[in-house]
Ligand binder design. Structure first.
Ligand SMILES: [Zn+2]
Length: 142
């Protein structure tokens, strides 16, 4: 399962489109920018770093939940990532790749739009960026 540059470009375009559309929808629904809520963020850089680290760990755990095998983290050029199980079915791979995207990115983005929370939207969009390689692989698995 090799991802080509075409898959990477498709992933980047999809992420960029979701970012633009959700920021536009937030503005349209709530008559202000999601970035206006940045002042409401508590805890400064330590809290932001804790959220980034926590989300990365939860992201990888969501992948391995589907695999039902012990977590094996490996270092790659992009940072650490959970290792795939080559004996797994394509469907299980797809579910494993899609779980962090659905639960950590798309769910907070939709919730943020509904409950008028710009900070949640910005974090959801950041978590979406963390899904770049997963979305690339999902395109490659089509
Ligand atoms: Zn991932």
């Amino acid at each position: 399962m090799a991802a080509s540059n075409r898959h990477r470009i498709a992933s980047g375009v999809a992420i960029f489109a979701v970012i633009l559309v959700s920021l536009f929808l937030f503005q349209l629904l709530h008559h202000r920018s999601a970035f206006d809520d940045l002042d409401r963020h508590r805890g400064g850089w330590p809290a932001a770093i804790a959220i980034v680290l926590g989300s990365a760990i939860i992201h990888e755990l969501l992948h391995v939940i589907v695999w039902r095998r012990p977590l094996r983290l490996t270092w790659s050029g992009m940072g650490f990532g959970a290792q795939m199980n080559p004996s797994m079915s394509i469907t299980a791979h797809r579910v494993s790749l899609a779980l962090p995207l659905l639960l950590l990115a798309l769910a907070p983005i939709v919730a943020a739009l509904l409950i008028n929370n710009g900070l949640l939207l910005l974090w959801g969009l950041f978590f979406l960026l963390e899904c770049f390689s997963d979305i690339t692989l999902l395109f490659a698995l089509r």
